[in-house]
Design a protein around this ligand. Structure first.
Ligand code: ATP
Ligand code: MG
Length: 449
């Protein structure tokens, strides 16, 4: 796309924004690429006399020739005015009040243009002493809305009234140069909302863009600001980072910028210069497998991923308890509790997932015990498949007995009735451990790393 001559300076308190307008014939977005529901919402708003734009990832991804994940809409109608137009509308959000227009399972998010938080309406916008925005409900013009957005490539607006694109921060140029560039003064913008650091990494990995120099420079030092972000928000963000198909690349980038360490402070001490600890191997394997599943359109389970990421830190702790004389079972229970309690302080993994993580971990203690009817009973457990996949991953990392055990189980699973019985009989007395109720003498701990 050619750089436009008739660019227009936008009055701005903060940043030098200059609006460039690309008319319908100057860009490649066609209405056919926009979901029917998003179009309905855009036309209804516009028909009622409001401005209505497709904005954010929708415009960005369409310009890149990709299928957007969702279509976000921005308008000058207030949430109440939006609600009056749509029967299927719900108002949500405290930090940002938004309208959700529901079409069955498809939800179109409509946001009212946001204004400057530093203006006089102090009851609707609040800032903490670190410069972080706590509430942000001041409505404004489209120009103001544009400078409140994070990156240039996320501040392009597709106008349903004339199918033009309003590009406020040189987003189209940055798309061509494949650059993630923050709008405004990077340090100020990161302090307002430290999650923008994570978003920079997420888009860089997902789009395979570089992070522009000034945008990248402050991240490493400001990374600890993430500690002030509510753990529930960081959890949501960590899923977008690690479970959107580019998890492996995203983790490596996050780590380079000192961000992963903030999200997972328990894992950070297991990082080595050579990326060779068992924890690091587990991260590489599980994130690679997750990316592959997403690529194949399969479902991914956050519990499995977190279980893999935290297993060796948990086991290192458990082994310390075992060396003090605690039984293996009790040690793993206690270490699981401590590690998960600690982890949810930074990234609030929900309870339904921590329950599954514990089940997967406990199965690792049970899978070696296969004698009599045990193997058959284990196979009937809900989480057996996950437990076995987990054991296989450990086998790849640890080799030896663990790998042999994983192999035994995968053969057993595929075997017919007679073969299975023979396999159980073959276990004899040694690997089919006697009753687990018997207290065993404390074992010398194996090093987790
Ligand atoms: P995707 O949906 O593909 O992950 P997106 O760019 O649409 O990417 P969303 O989280 O859906 O990201 O946000 C929609 C838009 O809202 C963004 O494009 C950006 O303009 C704006 N936005 C979102 N989060 C922030 C933030 N923390 N600070 C400033 N602007 C933001
Ligand atoms: Mg989006």
């Amino acid at each position: 796309m050619n750089k436009k001559e008739n660019s227009q300076k936008v009055q701005s308190v903060y940043h030098e924004l200059s609006l460039q307008t690309y008319h319908r014939e100057e860009h490649n977005i066609s209405r056919k690429q926009i979901s029917e529901n998003a179009l309905k919402v855009l036309y209804r708003l516009n028909g009622a006399g409001y401005d209505a734009y497709l904005v954010g990832g929708g415009v960005r991804d369409l310009l890149l020739g990709e299928q957007p994940k969702d279509f976000d809409i921005a308008t000058n109608a207030t949430p109440e005015q939006i609600k009056k137009l749509f029967r299927n509308c719900r108002l949500i959000g405290r930090r940002f009040r938004l309208a959700h227009i529901m079409f069955g399972r498809d939800i179109i998010e409509v946001a009212t243009f946001r204004g400057h938080h530093q203006e006089q309406e102090k009851n609707v916008s609040q800032q903490s002493k670190e410069g972080m925005l706590l509430r942000d409900n001041v409505y404004g013009s489209i120009d103001e809305d544009a400078e409140r957005r994070d990156f240039s490539i996320n501040a392009m607006y597709y106008n349903i009234a004339d199918y033009s694109i309003h590009d406020y921060a040189g987003g189209i140029e940055d798309l061509e140069d494949r650059l993630i560039r923050l709008i405004g003064e990077p340090e100020v913008r990161y302090r307002e909302d430290p999650v923008r650091m994570l978003r920079a990494i997420r888009f860089a990995a997902k789009l395979d863009f570089d992070i522009e120099e000034d945008t990248a420079a402050p991240i490493e030092d400001l990374a600890p600001l993430l500690r002030d972000i509510p753990s529930a928000r960081l959890y949501e963000e960590s899923l977008k980072l690690l479970q959107s198909g580019y998890g492996l690349e995203t983790y490596h980038l996050l780590r380079e910028y000192n961000l992963f360490q903030q999200l997972f402070p328990i894992i950070a001490p297991h990082f080595t210069e050579e990326y060779s600890s068992r924890t690091e191997q587990a991260l590489d394997l599980v994130l690679d497998a997750t990316d592959e599943r997403i690529e194949e359109g399969k479902r991914v389970n956050p519990a499995f991923m977190f279980a893999a990421m935290l297993w060796y830190p948990m086991m290192e702790y458990a082994n310390r308890l075992i060396s003090k004389g605690m039984s293996e079972y009790d040690a793993v229970m206690e270490a699981s509790n401590s590690i998960l309690d600690e982890q949810v302080k930074s990234t609030a993994i929900p309870r339904r997932h921590t329950a599954t993580i514990r089940e997967i971990w406990q199965l690792q203690l049970r899978l070696p015990r296969r004698s009599g009817k045990r193997a058959y009973r284990l196979m009937e457990l809900n989480k057996f498949r996950a437990g076995l996949d987990f054991l296989e991953m450990r086998g790849e990392i640890e080799g030896g007995e663990v790998a042999a055990l994983a192999k035994w189980w995968s053969t057993f699973q595929l075997a017919g009735r007679n073969m299975r019985q023979a396999m159980v009989n073959d276990l004899g007395g040694s690997s089919a451990r006697p009753s687990s109720r018997r207290k065993r003498a404390p074992k010398k701990p194996k090093s987790a790393e």
